[in-house]
Design a protein around this ligand. Sequence first.
Ligand SMILES: [Zn+2]
Length: 392
Amino acid sequence: MDSSAKSRDSHTAMTAYPHSHTARTALKAAGVVAAFGLFAFLAQGAFGRVPVQIDGRERLVGVGDSVAEIIAEQPITVRRGDLLSAADRRVIVAGGGTQVEVRVNGAEAKPEARVRPGDTLELIPGADTVEPTTEETRAIPVPTTIVGKGAVLTMAAPGSAGIERVVVGAVSGDVVASETVLPATPMVLRRVNGGGKKVVALTFDDGPWPGQTAKILDILETKGVPATFFTVGLRVKREPAVAKRIVAEGHAIGNHTYHHIDLTGATPDVLKNELVSENDMVRWMTGATPKWFRPPMGKIDGPAYKAIKAAGLKPVLWTVDPQDWRKGAEALTIMKSVVAAARPGSVILLHDGGGDRSQTVTALPWIIDELRKAGYEFVLLDDLPGAPKSRW
Ligand SMILES: [Zn+2]
């Protein structure tokens, strides 16, 4: 009994803390769970990722991320809708259509909604949207028609603006539909030919140019021929002595804008500035005021014509163009082209600037000699028959 008692005692001793054993196991298990929880917590804290289902695929997202954050972060291929032009359906704002819709666990979710681990997200692609339209009444600008074959430009009809009703895209400004209420009538510019007497006017554009303009002036001086130089303001500023010489030797100096720009479509401010600053530059450097104006590239429209007249200038194009500015133009060809095209009242276009004009310089004495042989006299533009009178 003793032994059994002992044994029992021992057993008793061994089983003295049965709950204690269970408690230890529980505690151990609890420790593991706690450790796992801590690990999971640390893992989340450290990596900050929890799994969610996005369109059927498990992806890891940031703990506590909002729907908007998840969409921004994920390599989402679901397309956003674009905003399209009401006129031609081209994309005017990429991503400007309806946005991608996100459903969380089947219900529409706001962008700021927080996502929990295990949530199921579904992405609905955005759709293209056509911009809204507005209706307005606006003026139809006065178109310009140029008629005739002469050099001097005059206005045969002022033209008038029309009225149209248009439907325009509110974002693109595209015209979707238009209806003419009152048609515009064109401004008619007539190229007047100062025919009759056997006279021609020589004109040189795009200078003053270092070296070349002086050579041309030397030839004109030797031959006793007057010419008109359509100068560019920024070149006059660089070659004031040559500009002075043009005026001092009895030639006319004309306005060819300050920067040699295409005037068609230019704003009123640009037009005015190009004309006035060139006139000012010529006046400061030479004391003379240009009376004639030649539009760069011969390009002119109604607003440019009005600005030229408002600046007190007389617009003139040309009737004879040997294309001496073209690469490879040869002196003999330039001369033959001028002589073949010359008529009483012709305005001959040549260039002293804008590039290498050595062929023009070579051709000039031949042109003068050949035209004289044919009975022509050289005059300034003012002395062409029918030339408009200047304001000053
Ligand atoms: Zn030019």
